[in-house]
Design a protein around this ligand. Structure first.
Ligand code: NAP
Length: 216
């Protein structure tokens, strides 16, 4: 399979591109936003597409042409304001979903956040609420499409080394999960069609990723 990784230059994104490239059976296409980010991906043999998520749907659709799946793992990050949260985490995500439809790519895997329910919006501290709102409506939009989607809700991300051991269920107690392990889960979803139409929370645990996904 060829997989378009949107947000490939991000921390989860880089782990995922490496897993895809190292698999020997799939190929990653890294969607990045700056020319100077390309050489890293070229070195590991991944194709690149330079597209800013604040741009046109058409440009994202062009990047998605001919791929078999899209993983959205972009985000405006914690150091920008609510304006960028709206533009990337909501509008960028929905534009990527529309681009998938336009390009005829059915498989779509979304990196959401731990809890994107309406209750979570109401309970979020004021500074965090716009992010939860953005993720809530991006998830809602994806659920309303005919795409073969999976929505992954990770706990608090860390930069610890991955163990590929996780706890996965529709609801798990809040905890941490290394970004590398989120990448393992995303890779597992790419390979497991049984995750289509499903969404789940993930934190560190004791189950192998494949086994945990298989029990969903
Ligand atoms: P990250 O390192 O901040 O990566 C985000 C990526 O999005 C970056 O590569 C960034 O590009 C890209 N991006 C931002 N604006 C863009 C634009 N306008 N056009 C194209 N790309 C753009 O994030 P992460 O830590 O890997 O997290 C991945 C996902 O997990 C995010 O969706 C985040 O919301 C979600 N999440 C986070 C937590 C947490 O505890 N932090 C928990 C659950 C879920 P540049 O590299 O060019 O800046």
């Amino acid at each position: 399979m060829k997989i378009l990784v949107v947000g490939a230059n991000g921390q989860v994104g880089k782990h995922l591109v490496s897993l895809i490239q190292d698999s020997g059976k799939h190929k990653a296409k890294a969607m990045i936003r700056k020319e100077e980010q390309a050489s890293y991906f070229e070195t590991i043999g991944a194709e690149t597409a330079i597209v800013d998520l604040e741009g046109e749907i058409e440009d994202i659709a062009k990047a998605a042409e001919g791929v078999d799946a899209i993983v959205f793992t972009a985000g405006s990050g914690p150091n920008t304001g609510a304006d960028k949260t709206l533009m990337i985490d909501l509008d960028g995500a929905v534009k990527t979903i529309k681009a998938a439809e336009k390009a005829g790519v059915k498989r779509f895997i979304m990196v959401s956040s731990y809890d994107t329910t309406r209750e979570a919006i109401q309970e979020a501290p004021e500074s965090f609420a716009p992010y939860v709102v953005a993720k809530h409506y991006a998830d809602e939009w994806l659920r309303g499409t005919a795409l073969d989607y999976t929505i992954v809700h990770p706990g608090r991300l860390t930069n610890e080394n991955g163990t590929a051991k996780v706890e996965i269920a529709r609801e798990v107690e809040i905890g941490e999960v290394p970004r590398e392990d989120v990448a393992h889960v995303l890779f597992g979803c790419i390979e497991a069609d049984s995750t289509i139409g499903k969404e789940f929370q993930v934190v560190s645990g004791s189950a192998d990723v494949k086994e945990a996904l298989g029990k969903l």
